[in-house]
Write a protein that binds this ligand. Structure first.
Ligand code: SAM
Length: 278
């Protein structure tokens, strides 16, 4: 199987799911830009793998209009309408593993990335970091937020790990991601930042424990795994799941279990930051 694939679908349902997941993460993280990043009125910021540009759209609400906000994505399918964005946001189609056009090189105060786990293969994280560093001005920051899907567990109301159909549903996700080479490399990200001479590197780890975000998070994970499995059988064949009906059955069993014991998907978001030498 090719590892050069995106193991997710791109449609209106996925766009809605990404925004639900984004809100649930934000309720646990609390900031858009890492607090160490100095803000000024002429900031130039890039969001890579921008999807629906939700992070940029939120950022445009808190930064002055004099800042330039650029989103890049390999696909423009989930880009919002121009009318849904402030005038200082521009979106571009670009593969983050390819060299960026000259006009963007060395331009940005901040390059932000979020959620590449089903986009990048294990060995593509380091080339991605190297390529994104070319976008930074001296002293500019790279900020990358991601998670390790493989470490996710299902907990019950008391916080105990519980064997369940929900765990089986996670296993289907993990097997599918692995089959396409998408074993997450988030644990190595901090080391990759260091090895590529980024300075003042930090890694913050946020366990997604805010009960107010739990329902949205459960729904985002249930829906996300469904979308990964649909992408998987379309790219497949897979030995462990064959049809959309089987996927929906597995999702229903997982959902029923979560309701039965007030279960929730427990995982961490890692935010790694580092800055280019001045
Ligand atoms: C899981 S979504 C995350 C979207 C957004 N960052 C968010 O947090 O909601 C991953 C996004 O990365 C994009 N993507 C996948 N591979 C890419 C690549 N090689 N270069 C640029 N974008 C890519 C996908 O099209 C998708 O929009």
């Amino acid at each position: 199987m090719s590892s050069d694939t995106y193991v997710l679908i791109r449609d209106a349902a996925e766009a809605q799911r990404l925004e639900r997941q984004y809100r649930a993460w934000q309720m646990n993280i609390g900031y858009l830009l890492h607090p160490a990043i100095e803000k000024h009125v002429k900031m130039r910021i890039a969001d890579i793998g921008t999807g629906t540009a939700i992070w940029l759209r939120d950022l445009s609400g808190v930064l002055p209009e004099t800042c330039q906000l650029h989103g890049f994505d390999i696909s423009d399918i989930m880009f919002p309408n121009r009318a849904a964005m402030r005038a200082n946001i521009s979106l571009y189609k670009h593969n983050l593993l390819d060299a960026f056009p000259e006009k963007f090189i060395g331009m940005y105060d901040v390059v932000h990335v979020r959620l590449m786990i089903v986009a990048l293969s294990f060995d593509q994280w380091e080339p991605a970091v190297r390529n994104l560093i070319t976008l930074l001005r001296p002293g500019g920051y790279l900020q990358w937020a991601d998670c390790a899907g493989h470490e996710t567990t299902v907990k019950d109301a008391a916080g105990e790990i519980t064997p369940s159909h929900a765990q089986h549903y996670l296993d289907l996700f993990n097997m599918t991601a692995n089959a396409f080479g998408k074993t997450p490399n988030v644990a190595a990200l901090y080391g990759i930042f260091h090895a590529n001479n980024l300075q003042d590197c930090e890694e913050q780890i946020y366990p997604l424990v805010n009960p107010a975000a739990r329902e949205d998070l459960n729904l985002a994970v249930l829906e996300g795994i469904q979308h990964v499995l649909i992408a998987g059988i379309n790219l497949g064949p897979l030995d462990w799941i064959k049809s959309k009906d089987e996927i929906l059955e597995a999702r229903k069993a997982a959902t029923d279990d979560l309701q039965r014991f007030q279960g929730w998907f427990s995982y961490n978001v890692h935010i790694v930051t580092g800055r280019k030498a001045r």
